[in-house]
Design a protein around this ligand. Structure first.
Ligand SMILES: C[S@@+](CC[C@H](N)C(=O)[O-])C[C@H]1O[C@@H](n2cnc3c(N)ncnc32)[C@H](O)[C@@H]1O
Length: 257
């Protein structure tokens, strides 16, 4: 585990090429939160491409601000930069918040989700899908089988529905209720589920916008190596204490999936 307190662009440019298996991060959202930082997304994304192994994955959690009555769409602008840098857009996943802030006096429905873009350098080298129960498990269904359809005759084949299926790309978590001084802490399940999905034990996970260190904590619980980079020394200290188990004020940190 390596925690670095500095600007991520400076640190990324010092890292070895093709050394990282998985990136899980949440950059500052527009100027929603004031972090006293300028973020050069184009250069950071280029560096992420360089340090990522072939088949490695980036999980990019982001949302948009509303400016002058209109959504900024910075999330999609950043996604296009990933694509033009050479990443595959493997998926656009949704984190649906189970406890969203009620919204008043806005001419739109309540914002209850954030994006989790899944970018990959080529085809993902690891995918350990989370499986969920199938409601219709063990029932039969009939389907036309193309290969054995002759002329106008339709041939049907019966299939039995499996007990388990691959989970959907909409994940539901509560916004973290911890009491650290950081304003935008991941729910622990978010990095936990992505780490399980896109990496194996012993792999190296990077969070260039580490904040209070939730990705690092999840790596510790799941036996992954971790590099975290954070600009603000106060947040670095919180991250170090959380990862070392020295803080008792983090509701949800004991979650085991
Ligand atoms: C959305 S927060 C990440 C929160 C994190 N996922 C957690 O669970 O606590 C973004 C973080 O990026 C940090 N940051 C902003 N600019 C940075 C930069 N240039 N280099 C490194 N960290 C930066 C901010 O201080 C902030 O803590």
């Amino acid at each position: 585990m390596k925690l670095i307190c500095n600007d991520c662009l400076e640190e990324l440019s010092k890292m070895d090429e093709e050394s990282v298996d998985l990136v899980i991060t949440s950059p500052p959202y527009d100027d929603l939160r004031e972090y006293n930082s300028y973020v050069n997304f184009e250069e950071i994304i280029k560096q992420l491409y360089r340090v990522l192994k072939r088949g490695g994955v980036v999980v990019w959690n982001i949302n948009d601000k509303i400016k002058n009555g209109s959504k900024t769409l910075s999330s999609f602008r950043q996604a296009i930069i990933f694509q033009t840098t050479g990443f595959n857009v493997n998926d656009v996943m949704i984190w649906e918040k189970t406890n969203p802030m009620p919204q008043v006096k806005q001419p739109r429905y309540n914002q209850v989700f954030e994006y989790m873009f899944i970018f990959s350098k080529g085809k993902p080298k690891t995918f350990n899908p989370i499986l969920v129960d199938c409601k219709s498990a063990d029932k039969y269904y009939r389907s036309t089988c193309k290969k054995i359809t002759k002329g106008k005759e339709r041939t049907y084949k019966e299939f039995i529905i499996n007990k388990k299926k691959v989970d959907s790309n909409v994940w539901r978590f509560a916004v973290a209720q911890n009491k650290t001084e950081h304003p935008a802490v991941f729910p622990l399940e978010l990095p936990m589920k992505h780490i399980q999905s896109w990496s194996n034990e012993g792999d190296l996970v990077l969070d260039p916008f580490m904040g209070s260190g939730t990705t690092g904590l999840a790596c510790k619980l799941l036996n992954r190596d971790f590099i975290g980079i954070e600009l603000d020394p106060n947040y670095c200290k919180i991250a170090e204490e959380r990862i070392n188990g020295e803080r008792k004020d983090n509701a949800g940190d004991n979650t085991v999936l």
